[in-house]
Design a protein around this ligand. Sequence first.
Ligand code: FES
Ligand code: FES
Length: 189
Amino acid sequence: MEIELEINGVERTVEASKADSLLDVLRRNGYTGAKRGCDTGACGFCTVHVDGEPVKSCVEPVTKVQDASVETIEGLGEQDDLHPIQQAFVDNTALQCGFCIPGMIMRATALLEANPDPTEQEVREALSDNLCRCTGYKKIVEAVLDAADRTDSGTAVAADGGTAMDSDSETAPDTECSVSDCGPTEGDQ
Ligand code: FES
Ligand code: FES
């Protein structure tokens, strides 16, 4: 079957089977920023936006996105021209292996669009469906709060730096706890 949808502002017609998830179709068509972690809706690594709302694409049937507008991490910024939220993650060293970061950033982007000046607690609640094995979450929360400040004040963001967020690996790290139930611990980065 054919699915017509918009991906990052471009009209696309993609081949799919009825059993495909949105994540299956995105990755098959080169949008590998959305990561496959649990494949059961538990980790948030595959988060993208559908019609402006954050969605776990591994459990989103592709048949539900006919004629929808989908945004992936590839639509936010380029390696040499990062989106302010991406730049905030880099500047706050809010990533280690990077595997969870595309999903975190898509979730954070949706939060800041709905609530440009969130409290730390609101950030933690918004990211509570997105797991990270590496960072202990403290730096991620700080990055989102920093991004809110930058976006709010219109601060110019330097367009440099690279991240591991575009890794094409299908192998996910183990996930253990969420941002809302793992507070920062000594040695968190
Ligand atoms: S891969 Fe989609 S929620 Fe884990
Ligand atoms: S940086 Fe989050 S899983 Fe590695």
